[in-house]
Each structure stands twice: as C-alpha cells, then as structure tokens.
Design a protein around this ligand. Sequence first.
Ligand SMILES: N[C@@H](CCC(=O)N[C@@H](CS)C(=O)NCC(=O)O)C(=O)O
Length: 317
Amino acid sequence: MFTSFLVEPSTGPVTSMNDEKADIPSLPADYTVPRVWEWNTDSGGHFSNINRPIAGPTHDKELPVGKHPVQLYSLGTPNGVKVTVMLEELLALGHHGAEYDAWLIKIHEGEQFGSGYVDINPNSKIPVMVDHSVAPPQRVFESGSILLYLAEKFGEFLPENHADRTETLNWLFWQMGSAPYLGGGFGHFYAYAPVRIEYAINRFAMETKRQMDVLERRLGESEYLGGDSYTIADMAVWPWYGALAKGLIYNAGDFLKVHEYTNVNRWTDQIAARPAARRGRMVNRRTGDPASQLHERHDASDFETRTQDKIGEAKAA
Ligand SMILES: N[C@@H](CCC(=O)N[C@@H](CS)C(=O)NCC(=O)O)C(=O)O
C-alpha cells in the first residue's frame, strides 16, 4: 500500500485547508482557501487571458501546410528554439529531409487553442511538428519527444553507444523535468506574478540556483552534457539555462549571480558560436533586434531576405 503518500480519505465532513492551517497568514491577508476551487477569470497575471482549467479547442481553425516534409508550428521561446536549432543543425549536415516550414503560433492570442492545433497537440503548447514524409503524417508534440524523433529519424545528435545514449537521455529528461521550476516557478513569480510573494520567489530562486549548480558541476567534468559530443541534450538545455546564464531571461542575471556559473557560461558561448544555433534562435522570434527576428521560415534564404529589418526596409522603399 502506498497510502503514506496520500491524504487519508476523510470519514467526516469535507474540510478545507483553512481548517487544518488556520494559523498560517494568507496573501492577500483576507484570503481563505475555499472548500472547492472555482475558476475566477479575473484572477489577473501575465497569462490570465489564455490560461484555462480545461483542455480542448476554443475555436475552429485549420493549420496551414507548406511545401516541406516537416511542418513546425511554434514560437521563438526557449521551448520552440530547441527544435529550430535541431532542424538547422540537421540541414547544416546536409539532411534535406529536415527541410521545414516554421509557422508562427501567437500563444498570447490563443492560437494554440484552434481546432487544427489541438488535433496535433492535445496539450495546446508550442512547439508541435508534423512529419509529412511518412504516411499517414506523424504528429509529434512535446519538445523532448520532437528532438528524440528527429535524432532517431536522421541518426544524428544522439550517440549509438548505449551508455552514451543513456547519459544523453538522462540530461534530456532532466531538462524536461527541471525547466518548469525555472520558467513556471522562478520566472513566473519573479517576473510575471501580479503580486510579489517573498516565499515563492525564495523557494524558486533556491531551486533555480541548485539546478544551475547541477549543470555547473556536470560541465566542469564534461565538455557537453551527454559527454564529448554535442547532442539533443545540449539543444534542449541551452535555450533555457544558457539564456539564464547570460541574464537574457526574466532580467534575473544579477539577482541569481549567474556570472558565477563559469562552466555553464563557457558551454553557452560554445553553442552560441554555432551558425545553426544562431539561425535556430531567429526562427519564429518576435522580440529583440529586428535583424534577429524571422517570424516565419519557409526557405533557407529567408534568413537573408525575410528578417524584420529587411521587411521594414522593403516597406519603407
Ligand atoms: N513541455 C512542453 C512545454 C511547452 C510550453 O510550455 N510551451 C509554452 C511556451 S514556452 C506554451 O505554449 N504556452 C502556451 C500556453 O500555456 O497556453 C514542451 O517542452 O514542449
């Protein structure tokens, strides 16, 4: 029996957290935990217009399909960048089967809840990919699953040797489990929450620094996360923790003293110097220098001709 992990079923009337923790202060001070949670659409916060307690589509909308074998529907956030870096790395190695159309999904406008999107990703998050080179076309959602799919399909960036492959997958899955504490925990409460909660910020700052130290120690003993070679584990971790190491996300560089993680910084710079990583960061990007933003990518030449600065110049002429 595993009941020690569970709350014992109550035999008396159903109680709320308030009854058991009456001596703990609330924030706001007059808040009491109701017996049953109800969805309050006015609860505020940075993502309040898209967050819902239910899954499924909100509207009918088919997705566009371009000419390439791989159709990617994404946005240039760290989770999206993992995949565009991988596709650019595969193309750089000459894998024409990795040619892709990258369509922009505006998550703040709820495009991830269109019916066509939900058909290929029931979790309504970016990124999602469809491989049209197989019949029937294969949907792939969850960025870790997409990286693994592409690595296996093209036989790249995942060592064949069982021990090295396992170590690579250790770090790939570490990323999938850890980044939600960085993004959904630290980033949310430090940068986005409508109220500053000392307890939440301290809790997730501590966890984020612990994770950075995990990487710091690993990258002190190994050039890349999986071992001697650059793999999908590095592609998964770099957009999150590399950006953090450079103070590029949540404006938290000084707060977390990220410059102290020298091995993480060394590895971050090493990956950033790769042309494919540089291109991958530009795809579906909607913030920063216009020259670094390629809202949609449908051809390799788009990096030269379709960035926001070029589009702006063409409009002005
Ligand atoms: N575990 C997922 C996480 C994806 C994810 O959280 N994507 C965010 C953007 S970085 C998203 O689509 N958010 C939209 C929403 O929450 O509605 C993955 O790695 O693919």
